[in-house]
Design a protein around this ligand. Structure first.
Ligand code: GCO
Ligand code: MG
Length: 431
């Protein structure tokens, strides 16, 4: 039994529901920063009975800001709180900071939220998805990232993904006249694998170039060729990575209609949600957006006016399972489905949280899945499976991920930046 006494100050003075009787008081919270192939920030919460929970707090290229936010401002508030009070802790961290929202704050809250869900599920002796309502499907359809500098290379990449078991494929391509384009593996400087983005772990960001007109001319032909080679059934996706204006995005959506995309992602930057009205009015190509959003407020207009078909937020960047579940429930009222962000900069802990949510919700759409590097897998021991294009989080109690501290100690943090874009005349453009 735990007592809920929100008005009784803890020794830390945070008016936290205290929990000592049930042994679920938070004893410690550690911020673990490591770089096994790429940087990760992980929060580990331990209860007075020694039960541990993990949360992902990785914000690619700005990792240490979240580590400091947690270490300096959140961890001291957690000690002594009841690990069972997930909702109260979420509201406390969100509202008591006064300065709400933003990727740093919401990634920090997400890490606490997911670690507490991990602990609650371990204490219940159940895989986390059981606490979220149980499984709504047998497996989670995942898509992988194929890419190529030209058609033969792209076709090889698609075949390789099919051989690895993927049954849905994102297609990214080089563009004639543009030197380095987002999402094309063979251009990446580190070992030819785009997956370990940012491609360059270095003290300064890499500069890439961009030409929207060249891109708009080239991409439809690539999809025509892919459909001709692989047939009508294979679900194909494409990421515009925030580079188009609404009218340009509308044209691309229209031009891609004959190739029946599963979705066109991040066609505009969408800080301006209304921009998507114009795109929507001109094309029936399904739209996905939201990987850089961090609260439900970023989706208000988009969801209410049904301007997209898929919500792309990560558990890690949107305040955790508690908050993303609410966004997805809101979206469900408008027949909008999930497409949770899952690149390799979401740690295996963040991925596991996504998989438990994917399995439980009704309005699941698809899950992005880029395999982590073998180095990452040494640090994060996982229990998920990937069979015939479908993921499953496994049935270990909690999230099903353990952090190997000894392995992590071998991989020190390295400064890293995402690339940025300049147009031919030198103007900075969205990346
Ligand atoms: C995706 C994303 C990523 C982002 C990356 C930035 O669709 O998976 O666009 O590739 O670029 O998460 O850190
Ligand atoms: Mg994307």
């Amino acid at each position: 039994m735990t007592t809920h006494t929100p008005t009784t100050p803890t020794p830390q003075g945070s008016t936290a529901p205290s929990a000592t009787p049930g042994g679920t008081a938070i004893r410690s919270a550690e911020v673990l920063v490591s770089s096994p192939g790429r940087n990760f920030v992980t929060l580990r919460i331990t209860t007075s009975d020694g039960v541990t929970g993990l949360g992902d707090a990785t914000l690619n290229g700005r990792e240490l800001a979240v580590a400091s936010y947690l270490r300096d401002h959140v961890v001291p508030l957690l000690i002594g709180r009841d690990a069972h009070t997930i909702e109260d802790t979420w509201q406390f961290l969100y509202r008591s900071a006064y300065w709400r929202r933003g990727p740093v704050t919401m990634a920090a809250i997400a890490a606490v939220d997911v670690a507490l869900w991990d602990i609650k599920a371990k204490l219940a002796g159940l895989p986390l998805y059981q606490l979220l309502g149980g499984a709504s499907r047998r497996g989670i359809m995942a898509y992988g990232h194929a890419s190529g500098r030209d058609l033969p290379e792209l076709f090889d990449s698609i075949r390789q993904h099919l051989d690895e078991g993927y049954r849905s494929i994102r297609v990214q391509t080089s563009v004639p006249g543009v030197d380095a384009v987002y999402g094309v593996a063979a251009q990446a400087s580190e070992g030819g694998r785009y997956d370990y983005e940012p491609a360059r772990r270095a003290p300064l960001p890499a500069e890439e170039d961009w030409d929207t007109r060249a891109y708009l001319r080239h991409v439809p032909g690539v999809f025509e060729a892919v459909r001709a080679e692989f047939g009508p059934e294979l679900p194909l996706l494409h990421d515009g990575h925030h580079r188009m204006t609404p009218i340009q995005a509308a044209r691309l959506g229209k031009d891609l209609e004959p190739y029946d995309l599963f979705w066109l992602e991040d066609c505009t930057p969408a800080e301006n949600q209304e921009a998507l009205r114009l795109v929507r009015h001109h094309t029936t190509t399904p739209l996905a957006i939201g990987e850089i959003f961090n609260t439900v407020w970023d989706y208000q207009t988009i969801i209410r006016e049904q301007l997209v078909d898929y919500v792309r937020s990560a558990v890690t960047h949107t305040g955790g399972i508690t908050a993303l579940r609410r966004i997805l429930d809101f979206a469900a009222q408008y027949q909008i489905k999930s497409g949770i962000h899952g690149p390799t900069d979401i740690s295996p802990v963040g991925m596991a949280a996504a998989l438990h949510l994917d399995l439980a919700i009704h309005n699941f759409g698809i899950q992005e899945y880029m395999k982590h590097s073998p180095l990452t897998d040494e640090v994060f021991r996982q229990s998920f499976t990937f069979v015939d294009g479908h993921l499953h989080p496994g049935d270990a109690p909690g999230l099903g991920v353990e952090h190997d501290d000894e392995a992590a100690a071998r991989f020190e943090y390295q400064p890293a930046y995402l690339p940025f874009n300049r147009l031919k005349d030198g103007t900075v453009h969205d990346w």
